[in-house]
Design a protein around this ligand. Sequence first.
Ligand code: ARG
Length: 274
Amino acid sequence: MKKAAALLMLSMAIAFAGCGGAPQSDEAKDNTSVSEPDGGAAVSGTEASDGDLLADGVLTVGTNAEFPPFEYVGDDGEPDGFDIALIKAIGDKLGVEVEVENMEFDSLVASIGSKIDVAIAGMTVTEERQGMVDFSDSYYKAVQYVLVPAETDIASAEDLAGKTIGAQLGTTGDYMIEDFEGATAKQYNKAVDAVNDLISGRLDAVIVDKNPALVFADKFSGEIQYMDFSFEPEDYAIALPKGDAALADAVNGALAELKSDGTFDELVSQYIEN
Ligand code: ARG
């Protein structure tokens, strides 16, 4: 698509997102403030680099489709899941085409701005990542769970000391392992590979986010179980290129609109809480 046309469509989509027909709460209106003159001007400005990312009409999104129910490879071989549906809905609001690239979780952040425009991957907002990328408004609350064999002597977080613990490489679960005195960390490219090693006795525990933990515990019920040790709550957000305020405003505006028009809750019940 021609850049000017894409920018026009984008600003129209944003303006539309801000003035939808359905009544909105004041809070929702505040969140869609991108339709206000400042935000609009930034997006349709010509000299600023802001907004250029969407100029070709395509939003290239990185994910790691090894994290059900947020992302997994569907029966048709394409990435599917809550995050994928959410970013496609955001793309619809912005009038851009969404192309999903499935890659290693650990390389997502570094790929933003080169291989991909943004990343959605059940990614937790952390200070370390904030040094490299910006994050959208948070869209989901998460927490780390611990998967253990059906038969285990692990009953509390303290019991993880000295254990052999698996996690997906580069995840918040992975970073937590060093907190447990004398524990040995084993890193995997896919959480499911850690789960398989747990089942075959090569690991004592796996640390993974709550919703994937529930999916794995259900899939391998009788062999493994999940434990909630009330670790620190985490927030999922979309990772964005650093300093692209126009893109952040556009994404946050679309997200707010999806929340106020009910689409977001529909996706939650379709993919997560079903
Ligand atoms: N929430 C964790 C983190 O940000 C794990 C995310 C893993 N996501 C994935 N698609 N494999 O580190």
